[in-house]
Design a protein around this ligand. Structure first.
Ligand SMILES: C[S@@+](CC[C@H](N)C(=O)[O-])C[C@H]1O[C@@H](n2cnc3c(N)ncnc32)[C@H](O)[C@@H]1O
Length: 350
């Protein structure tokens, strides 16, 4: 697809859907999954379902932001994807899977311009609920106008915007519901619509070990963000495979405990975690991703040591490094490398 004006909305039928391996089984599984997702979220749009997705901690509060109570009840995310430090350029923010509109409103709080946030959702009932919540937000917040958020019918797997036309893409607790093929498709779409250097801010549950097939094959459990999640390594690898080179782990915390009493196919308890990730579209994609998981390397010599003659490591100062560089420096006697905090800031020196 050719580029047009930043954030231009294009009809889905000309959006770039790449070829994927399609079998009758995968087609049937995708159709069943889509139907279950539609049913769950059409219902959750009409009657807020507080058992869907949330993690402890509630939503961000911001100065002069009054969130309508119903919008708050429809917080179906499992973390936060709203980070003002991501909003460096002027192109629109694309929010995928609007839910009740809470994070679209929070992004609009920082952007404050008509069409500054494009929110895509294929479930008409959810778009209608978000529109009503945003109208109420306009009534409650003098600084907010409902046209700051443009609600658009569309799917993550075929985003209705042009190539390289948006600054930031965000999704919260949606991509985990997709079967593998749709996840790969949705991530390629994110990479397609982001400008080079653009940021994908994302939050999803992950699992410490692969889930039993019987759970993975249950479309309703998947749709409810319980059984579609993959492991940490698989989640990061899927983002890298789509063309997102730099991966920054922003947060990782307990999300939900699955027990054999609730799910007989489990052979033991399983604590799912919620992972917040920032994935940056680089100008190049290497064979290995640059993963920032919060590891720091500290030079214990004297003065300043330079890596590759350009990246300074002042003695005694912990510097954030990627997992790859951490592994390299951990082999040196004049460096101390700390374990991952899973609370990283973003690419620093290397
Ligand atoms: C778990 S909810 C998350 C809502 C919101 N992100 C939040 O944090 O509250 C998933 C949302 O994605 C929407 N959705 C479902 N399938 C989708 C798809 N294929 N593409 C985009 N959005 C989708 C649902 O209608 C719902 O609004």
């Amino acid at each position: 697809m050719t580029s047009a004006a930043p954030g231009n909305i294009v009809p889905p039928f000309i959006s770039g859907e790449r070829a994927a391996t399609v079998t009758p089984e995968s087609t049937a599984a995708r159709a069943a999954q889509r139907a279950a997702v539609h049913e769950v979220y059409a219902r959750a749009a009409e009657e807020p379902d507080t058992s869907l997705c949330c993690v402890d901690g509630g939503a961000w509060t911001l100065p002069d932001l009054v969130v309508p109570p119903r919008m708050l009840e429809m917080n179906y995310g499992c973390g936060s994807t709203v980070h003002p430090t991501d909003l460096t350029g002027s192109r629109p923010i694309l929010y995928v899977g609007v839910g009740g509109g809470l994070e679209a409103l929070q992004f609009a709080y920082f952007r404050r311009q008509p069409g500054g946030v494009i929110a895509v959702d294929p479930v008409a009932e959810m778009r209608a609920a978000a529109a009503a919540n945003l109208a109420e937000a306009e009534r409650l917040n003098p600084w907010f106008r409902r046209d700051f958020v443009r609600l658009v019918d569309g799917r993550a797997e075929q985003l209705p915007v042009d190539d390289a036309s948006v600054e930031v893409v965000a999704q919260n607790c949606l991509f985990n519901v997709f079967v593998e093929e749709d996840l790969a498709r949705a991530l390629r779409e994110v990479a397609r619509v982001l400008r080079p250097g653009g940021r994908f801010s994302t939050s999803d549950p992950i699992t410490p070990r692969p889930l039993p097939q019987a759970l993975k094959d249950d479309p309703t459990l998947r749709a409810r963000c319980v059984s579609g999640c993959v492991t940490y390594d698989e989640y990061l690898a899927a983002h890298h495979a789509a063309g997102l080179q730099q991966l920054v782990v922003r947060a990782r915390r307990p999300y939900r405990l699955l027990t054999p009493a609730d799910f007989a196919c489990l052979d033991g308890e399983l604590m799912l975690e919620s992972l917040e990730l920032l994935a940056i579209k680089g100008l190049r994609v290497d064979a290995e991703p640059d993963i920032y998981a919060g590891r720091c390397a500290t030079f214990v010599g004297s003065g300043i040591w330079y890596r590759d003659d350009k990246f300074p490591f002042p003695a005694g100062t912990p510097m954030q490094v990627s997992d790859r560089v951490a592994a390299e420096l951990a082999r040196r006697p004049d460096f101390r490398v700390t374990p991952p905090t899973f609370h990283a800031r973003g690419p620093g020196c290397c």
